[in-house]
Design a protein around this ligand. Sequence first.
Ligand code: UD1
Length: 416
Amino acid sequence: MDKLIIEGGRPLRGDVRVSGAKNAALPILCAALLTREPLVLDNVPQLRDIDTALALLRRMGVMAERDGQRVTLQAADVSSLEAPYDLVKTMRASILVLGPMVARFGEARVSLPGGCAIGQRPVDQHIKGLQAMGAEIHIDHGYVVARAGRLRGARIATDMVTVTGTENLMMAAVLADGQTIIENAAREPEVVDLARLLQAMGARIDGIGTDRLVIDGVESLHGAHHRVMPDRIEAGTFLCAAAATRGRIRLIDADPASMGATLDKLSEAGAAIDVDGDTITLAMAQRPRAVSLRTAPYPGFATDMQAQFMALNCVADGTGVITETIFENRFMHVLELQRLGADITVEGHTAVVKGIERLSGATVMATDLRASAGLVIAGLVADGTTTVDRIYHLDRGYDGMETKLAAVGANVRRSR
Ligand code: UD1
């Protein structure tokens, strides 16, 4: 299994190009199922999760070709309306084929994603929303089996803010008969990016970027050309790494407007941040100050940035209190950070991190995607060698992370 070997203690300096957003690209790829015409997508990141989504779509009979950052998809002849367990189990976002399939074909069989390292993550809201639109759904041998005639518009209020839930229901509603209102919709920038693509395909959606989406279903959608938005989590991860190592980096092709909460916390930690169009420059001259934060749906502080800020707090001046409100088991990185000497105590959903001068390198195990990113940041500031094992998690969501880190001066290499 691949490992990353990091010699810590070097400040990051230089330019990093931000890749396209994984969490925007995944639903956007699935939207190809909504039309028989081609979708041309640019800025699609090279990631394992994207490969999984492409493999899933091809398994269903969708034509999918990649040429660098461009992916062309065409779902003219869909031969299978099933998302099988072997693909879904590696990527929960596979559930995003459910809404489009039911909407266009009136039928779908999608494996239940099952448990996952960061908590239970059920899909009950996806199912309830589709049922409200007239789909008959039952669970059969671990599969969500859905049947419907043409879906009907409905008023849906989700019990909590769910990102993929909102995306699935929005993709279902664009082809439904009549108007659908989604209350308590997720406002994440990736939901907005999907909505923009759907509009380019001919969908009628109002309230984009708010928690109330009003969707007037249309008979059919057409092909479109879309550029996937920049990855705000990848961008934030590099900024945290630069701040923790007291470096100076410039992000190119970033989307600062989607990164408010992250940039605010980095400023609070003492970083000098300069935003100019789609570039963000961060410089950290001194030891960072500890910051406290609480994860929340957008525009609150992203749960996907929590582990990286925990790593930053580990070497900061002072004590930071981190509260995780989105996922019940998202402190898996704490035990690993403690192996590097971090002073962290966890009580329930809250971690209290007392900053220390230096971490000391050790072997640690990546447990999920963003936890891995936190461990890499910790390795970059630790004395000596840190080996991050099981980095297949990192490959799911970071496009060429070690190449990008090495280009800004990190001493990092992959060992197989
Ligand atoms: C998405 C992101 C993930 C991010 C998360 C929260 C993608 C592919 N993944 O995940 O990176 O960490 O948003 O910002 O975009 N819930 C239910 N029932 C449901 C749906 C969700 O109980 O039917 C709960 C979840 O268990 C969780 C909370 O709602 O506690 C939020 O989950 P959700 O927003 O759905 O996360 P994902 O869309 O899976």
